[in-house]
Design a protein around this ligand. Structure first.
Ligand code: PLP
Length: 439
């Protein structure tokens, strides 16, 4: 709360804050969020909006959960900080809980953000191969249209040139292949055939690049920020099989897809795979506090534990595994389980999709697709040619939604000409009325 008038707040904001991803800060009126409850946010002018994007795809259990505030308060009072060179109760309990959820044994490495978690994954992969006597393995294969973070390595893994080209050269050794984009697959090809072919392109890349130089493949279960591209399960399974055969690690980025978002506990659980490394952030705490995790398979971890000098993992960060953040993550997972939110995303995701599917009768809507509560609406200028809708058309829809009290997103890659996918990623706790409102 503030005693300032809305206008004074806007002026102070414009004078002092360099906003993320923005241009023209001095002339743009930001939405200043003053209150939020459930799926709804109120701004400085008293307007309410249904947050159809859960912030940045992260507020999975919805806003205003007192239990989460209480968990942070209690932990901060009891023991506010220790580094992860030591340990503490919430970190221990959370690591155990995550292993329960993964149905397997991983070692849990704590950091602060999704980008951090991916950087850790890249460093672990390179060092693992070195310690295994395969020091030539330094390259990573990622996909075009993927987003893996803003730091130099995670951005190198990202496959959206618009976000990258002004900051190059980035970390070297990152290569890209095209992901499956089922809506735009060649006519006459079945989804399964097409997905297998796309997976085989990863194998071709591995071979052309000399397989002894490839450290890992990184991918999201569903490309989210690049336009909600949902693979057939055979794709993910084939990629795993290719990786195994060539001694390449498989890193699964669950930063958005984890914690119920796609209707399964983790997004990779839609297919039958066991990733070597899994990265998590966002829904881990529903963004009440910053926390991320890199989960590393035990046998990989064990190569870091021999007695040779410098065989340990030389990575530290001050805030990773912060006790209050871990306590909030535990309570957040507790809420998800108690309210059965993963199942809710699976069941209501279908309902939301069915409600929106009618839009496909509209001349500018090419495709409506979802996995749980991650949804993409692909806008086109022409349904036969599938020419992507213009920025103006897409921008107008987003503005019209906002004027009618609904925040939605837009994703894709402007440089590649795909900036035409409207996105929805509502809190998993959204009520039936909220979903009706979106439709
Ligand atoms: N990975 C994916 C799939 C993401 O969507 C994001 C952020 O949007 C990141 C990694 C980076 O996470 P952070 O913004 O917390 O660094």
């Amino acid at each position: 709360t503030s005693n300032e008038t809305p206008q004074a707040l806007v002026e102070k904001d414009q004078k002092n804050i360099w906003h993320h991803m923005s241009k023209d800060d001095a002339n743009r009126e930001p939405m200043i969020a003053t209150e939020a409850k459930g799926s709804w946010i109120t701004d400085h002018n008293g307007n309410s909006y249904l947050d159809g994007m859960s912030g940045l795809w992260c507020v999975n259990v919805g806003y205003g959960r007192e239990e989460l505030a209480q968990a942070a308060y209690d932990q901060l009072k009891e023991m506010s900080y220790t580094s992860m060179s030591q340990s503490h109760l919430p970190a221990i309990k959370l690591a155990e809980k995550l292993n329960d959820m993964l149905n397997d044994e991983y070692m849990i490495f704590y950091s602060n953000s999704g980008s951090d978690a991916n950087e850790v994954a890249f460093k672990v992969a390179r060092q693992y191969h070195q310690q295994n006597g395969e020091s030539l393995r330094y390259k990573f294969i990622s996909r075009y249209r993927a987003y893996h973070g803003g730091s130099l390595g995670a951005l190198a893994a990202t496959g959206q040139s618009i976000r990258k080209y002004k900051y190059e050269p980035l970390t070297s050794g990152f290569l890209h292949v095209a992901p499956p984009d089922n809506y735009r697959r060649p006519e006459g090809q079945s989804i399964e055939e097409y997905n297998l072919q796309r997976a085989e392109e990863i194998e071709e890349k591995i071979i052309w690049e000399q397989k002894e130089t490839i450290a890992a493949v990184i991918m999201e279960p569903v490309i989210t920020g690049g336009g909600v591209l949902i693979p057939h399960p055979v794709y993910v399974e084939k990629v795993e099989e290719i990786c195994k055969r060539h001694g390449v690690l498989l890193i699964i980025d669950e930063v958005i897809c984890g914690f119920g978002r796609t209707g399964r506990t983790f997004g990779h659980m839609h297919s039958d795979i066991k990733p070597d490394i899994i990265t998590m952030a966002k829904g881990l705490t529903s963004a009440y506090l910053p926390l991320s995790v890199t989960a590393v398979r035990k046998d990989i971890y064990e190569t870091f534990n021999n007695t040779e000098e410098n065989s340990h993992f030389r990575h530290v960060n001050t805030f990773g595994g912060n006790p209050a953040a871990c306590a909030v993550a535990l309570k957040n997972i507790d809420i998800m389980e108690r309210e059965n939110l993963t199942n809710r995303a699976a069941v209501l995701g279908e309902k939301l999709r069915d409600g929106l599917k009618e839009l496909e009768n509209h001349p500018y809507v090419g495709d409506v697709r979802n996995q749980g509560f991650v949804m993409g609406i692909e806008m086109v200028e022409d349904k036969t040619t599938k020419e992507p809708a213009t920025d103006q058309r897409v921008g107008k829809i987003i503005a019209d939604c906002k004027n009618n009290g609904l925040i939605i997103g837009k994703n894709g890659d402007t440089v590649a000409g795909y900036n035409n996918i409207l996105t929805l990623c509502p809190p998993l706790s959204s009520t039936d009325d909220d979903l009706d409102f979106i439709v």
